[in-house]
Ligand binder design. Structure first.
Ligand SMILES: Nc1ncnc2c1ncn2[C@@H]1O[C@H](COP(=O)(O)OP(=O)(O)OP(=O)(O)O)[C@@H](O)[C@H]1O
Ligand SMILES: [Mg+2]
Length: 263
């Protein structure tokens, strides 16, 4: 079976747009005809809720509880309210994931629980997109170990930049000497906050981070979509969230054709 390309959406800072970027990129890839699997690795379950799979009895927690659990039984079709989204699938999370990830520390192959689980997938996917929680734990180390490209949303706030440094340090530890590839994505960009934009942009430039050209602009439509429990790019079809994430998805596809080493 063909090996899917794996993206993880990560930043140790909360609320920067990790889940929004993960779902939106997933919806755009699916719309372009790529068979895409999204994995919710956050016990808050925001990704699961937005794809209407927040109440399933079996979730990714079962894999961390029992690494031999059949991963195929937790692959669900993603839903926009009741309607299946073509080409989009999800492995949801639930609130007990954080506890199970902690108790999975006892397993000898604890860092490869996700990798070994994914090897047993019976469906072939083009892409896997993993949504991470704003902290570092065993489930995140599992994801970082198998990620091909780490996408780091930054909401143009200094604290989000601190979150990048913490995250990249963990990536270095988990991946040891292996090269790793990451890119920043600027989110919630508000053109009228010029002073803040200039200062954060200067800081990102000084630190010489890889950054995507596409910027995700601020929009009220994201909150409205969250309240409606619907993916933003489908809720706001044709509007700013859709336009920005479609452009980002195209840029990501071009980038992974010619990846640069981010290490
Ligand atoms: N471009 C944007 N413009 C305005 N609001 C946005 C934008 N992107 C995301 N939001 C809103 O910001 C909030 C946080 O977004 P999101 O849940 O994606 O962040 P997160 O990094 O996944 O958070 P957490 O760390 O809690 O997992 C949500 O209410 C979302 O609707
Ligand atoms: Mg999130």
């Amino acid at each position: 079976m063909k090996k899917p390309f794996i993206f993880s959406f990560a930043n140790s800072k909360g609320g920067v747009g990790k889940t929004t970027s993960c779902i939106s990129t997933g919806c755009c890839l699916a719309e372009m005809g790529y068979k895409t699997l999204m994995i919710d690795l956050d016990h808050q379950g925001n990704l699961s809720d937005d794809l209407n799979r927040g109440d399933e009895d079996y979730t990714i927690t079962d894999l961390f509880e029992n690494p031999k659990f059949d991963i195929n039984s937790i692959v669900y079709t993603a839903l926009d309210r009741e309607t299946p989204i073509e080409n989009l699938y999800i492995i949801p999370a639930d609130i007990t994931l954080a506890i199970e990830a902690r108790s999975a520390e006892r397993f000898r192959h604890r860092l490869s629980i996700l990798e070994d689980g994914l090897k047993r997938l019976q469906t072939s996917f083009d892409f896997i997109l993993i949504d991470l929680r704003p902290a570092i734990d065993l489930s995140i180390e599992n994801a970082l170990l198998i990620t091909d490209l780490i996408v780091i949303p930054v909401d143009m706030d200094r604290r989000a930049i601190k979150g990048i440094e913490d995250l990249l340090q963990v990536v270095k530890e988990v991946r040891r000497n292996e090269g790793y590839v990451y890119t920043l994505v600027k989110t919630k960009v508000n053109g009228s906050h010029k002073k803040m934009l200039t200062s954060t942009n200067a800081h990102i430039k000084d630190l010489n981070y890889n950054v995507m050209q596409t910027e995700i602009r601020v929009s009220e439509l994201y909150k409205q979509a969250t309240e409606a429990h619907r993916p933003s790019v489908i809720y706001a079809s044709g509007q700013r969230p859709y336009q920005d994430y479609k452009a980002l998805t195209i840029e990501l596809l071009n980038l992974i054709k010619e990846p640069k080493n981010g290490a």
